[in-house]
Design a protein around this ligand. Structure first.
Ligand code: FES
Ligand code: FE2
Length: 378
């Protein structure tokens, strides 16, 4: 059986109105602003004097300075060109050349809601009011007793983010890309999938396999029990849960920042409920990184780099069901009017500075930068 999925307008899909990882908490020191590229756009991240992280559009609305090349002054970031100072809420607090005059109402840049969790800083890149926002993914076991988190590690991958997410949603590749894991071959009868609030989840069942000489061989005493599963939350969060045996569970969280159409920065956090001794951290991460590098080897060589825009350019089978579901969700988010119009962006490259619209744009007008062009909601 072959699965057809709906026609999309182009292969290049990035969405506003989700939470994106910006940097690690440690990268955001108190003394320097940080420049971060996400969704093809530049942002500046900094901490105020209370240590609260802020993420602003990087383009100074005076005459285009890059705020991230400036300095932190008290609770503001100072533009390196003429010293205008912007607070964490995006308001310009000081225009040095104007003396004590209050900056005009139009002197503001977009500022995005932030959250610091799991050793990472996240920003909500969009304009939805709080009550309508997709939530930041909650790692339920993060602070739970009996679980140990890894420190977040950063993977800079030369691939398009959608390819990376789809790779995690593909149960069949394991047998070929990760032979040392020893999962038995998967086919459509061995997994089931269901939708959740912001994505789809699948669980793969292995019946009663004999797994000799593999990492899974130890302590197998179950029949037909869940052994692994993956799910996505929004366009850029991918979770994989692997039961090494009936009780021992590894859960891998990938928070993905689409940098641009060819690059993805992935923040990887591993949770485990066994081998809890901190001395095992390194070994666990070594295994994770070996598996991840096997995936990256494939991802960086996929062609086309972006997923094709229409179904005739791939041949999907029923085992690609979750990938197809992911693309259906992307189409839904496009219908919401959340998809960035990359063609319009590319045409304006170097001529127009856009900003991802922030929630404040729903409250006030009079913004200097144009909002990023979006595919109209349908
Ligand atoms: S361009 Fe930023 S202060 Fe002039
Ligand atoms: Fe993989």
């Amino acid at each position: 059986m072959f699965v057809l999925y709906k026609l999309r307008t182009s292969g290049h899909n990035m969405y506003i109105n989700f939470w994106y990882p910006v940097c690690t908490a440690a990268e955001l020191t108190g003394d320097k602003p940080l420049q971060v590229k996400i969704l093809g756009m530049q942002f500046v991240a900094f901490r105020d004097s209370a240590g609260i992280p802020h993420v602003l559009s990087d383009t100074c609305i005076h005459r285009g300075g890059s705020l991230s090349r400036g300095k932190i002054k008290g609770d503001c970031v100072e533009c390196p060109y003429h010293g205008w100072q912007f607070a964490g809420n995006g308001r310009c607090e000081l225009i040095p050349s104007e003396g004590d005059a209050k900056p005009p109402a139009r002197a503001k840049v977009d500022a995005y809601p932030t959250e610091e969790r799991y050793g990472l800083v996240f920003a909500f890149l969009g304009d939805l009011p709080e009550s309508e926002r997709p939530e930041l993914y909650e790692i339920e076991e993060y602070d739970a007793a009996g679980w140990r988190p890894s420190e977040a590690i950063i993977l800079n991958v030369n691939c398009y983010y959608e390819r990376s997410v789809e790779n995690g949603l593909d149960p069949v590749h394991n047998q070929f890309v990760h032979p040392a894991q020893g999962f038995p071959p998967m086919h459509k009868e061995t997994f089931r999938a269901w939708d959740e609030k912001w994505g789809t989840r699948f669980e793969a069942y292995f019946g009663d396999p004999v797994l000799e000489n593999t990492v899974l061989a130890k302590d197998r005493n179950v029949t037909g029990e869940l052994k692994a599963g993956s799910w996505f939350h929004g366009p850029n969060v991918l979770v994989t849960s692997i039961f090494v045996n009936a009780e021992s569970n590894l859960v891998q969280y990938l928070f993905e920042a689409p940098v641009d159409a060819n690059h993805t920065r992935i923040y990887f956090i591993n949770m485990r409920n066994f081998m809890l001794d901190p001395a095992m951290d390194e070994k666990v991460m070594e295994v994770n990184l070996r598996i991840t590098s096997e995936d990256i080897g494939i991802l960086e060589s996929l062609y086309p780099v972006r997923t094709p825009a229409n179904r005739t350019q791939e041949l999907m089978t029923s085992s690609d069901e979750i990938v197809v579901r992911y693309r259906d969700w992307l189409s839904e988010w496009e219908k919401n009017g959340w998809r960035i119009d990359q063609h319009a962006m590319q045409q304006a490259e170097g001529d127009i500075a856009y900003a991802i619209p922030s929630p404040a744009r729903r409250e006030t007008g009079n913004w200097v930068l144009e909002p990023v062009p979006l595919i109209a909601a349908t």
